[in-house]
Design a protein around this ligand. Structure first.
Ligand SMILES: [Zn+2]
Length: 283
């Protein structure tokens, strides 16, 4: 009798295990889409998932249309956060139109002294749009964190003011579930060194290569610390700056991460599903 009871309990236990593993296996996994929008010689990326949308930079003024097309295609109606890496025109040029056309909950930018703010049409248009929509900029520095449903944005830089827009860029690590993206803006090796000397965890699965692949950044040590599986260079064909730099590209290829370039591939989309990363390119 006892033996039968034990056998029955064992069978029930095994059935329970099978049902539990079936449920766990079929639980919905959060999905995220990160699109590096082809905006020519500038930067723009859209992070999407769990009903949250975050825009990082907005390209040049003429790129706003392309940014809008991507946002509309992904059915983005509002932006939970907009990140301004810095105030150079190739990062904020399209921003005023985005502010005018979409509901934005929060806009962040690196803490910048007034005397270091640029004098440009793009910046004037940005200020005008912000005022019109009563949208104040939240100025950030390293250590600031923002969290959304499954998406976390950690500000790693600036922690000091160098006084040049590129060096004072907001460097933001965005975690989408278990995968992470490092947005470096246009930082130089000087900032990379400071980041390497700090206590921040630079490791990221996907690296947005700094400064459109310029020779001024993406040092070997920085690459080793980030240890990316994929990297994205946002750059236009036949630009006047000779970008991306050949040595920087060779360093990326030599490191062994998969390299994606917007000038050759158009917009680049990463789909994150749990551990899974799938990449697709426009062309
Ligand atoms: Zn730039």
């Amino acid at each position: 009798m006892i033996r039968w009871f034990k056998r029955g309990a064992l069978i029930l236990f095994l059935i329970g295990i099978i049902i539990l593993s079936f449920i766990l296996h079929n639980l919905p996994v959060d999905e995220y889409t990160v699109t590096f929008i082809d905006v020519g010689q500038s930067d723009c990326a859209l992070i999407n998932g769990n009903g949250t949308s975050i825009l990082v930079d907005a390209g040049n003024e003429k790129d706003a249309r392309n940014v809008r097309i991507t946002l509309d295609r992904l059915n983005v109606k509002k932006l939970d956060m907009v990140v301004i890496s810095h105030f150079d025109s190739d990062h904020i040029g399209g921003m005023s139109r985005i502010i005018n056309d979409y509901k934005i909950s929060k806009i962040i930018a690196p803490k910048t002294k007034k005397k270091y703010l640029p004098k440009s049409t793009s910046f004037d248009l940005l200020k005008k749009a912000l005022k019109k929509h009563n949208l104040p900029i939240t100025y950030v520095k390293s250590g600031d964190e923002f969290s959304f449903k499954g998406i976390f944005a950690d500000v790693l830089s600036p922690n000091t003011e160098y006084g040049t827009s590129n060096e004072d860029c907001a460097v933001v690590k965005v975690k989408c579930g278990v995968r992470s993206f490092l947005f470096t803006g246009d930082i130089s090796e000087k900032v990379e060194k400071r980041l390497l000397g700090g206590k921040v965890n630079l490791k990221a699965d996907i690296l947005k290569v700094s400064h459109h692949g310029s020779y001024t950044a993406t040092s070997q040590k920085f690459l080793e610390s980030v240890n990316p599986s994929y990297s994205v260079v946002s750059v236009s064909k036949y630009n006047n700056y000779n970008l991306p730099n050949v040595e920087t590209m060779n360093r990326l290829y030599g490191y062994g991460c998969e390299v994606f370039r917007t000038d050759e591939m158009g917009s680049i989309t990463f789909k994150i599903n749990g551990n899974d990363i799938k990449v697709s390119v426009e062309k």
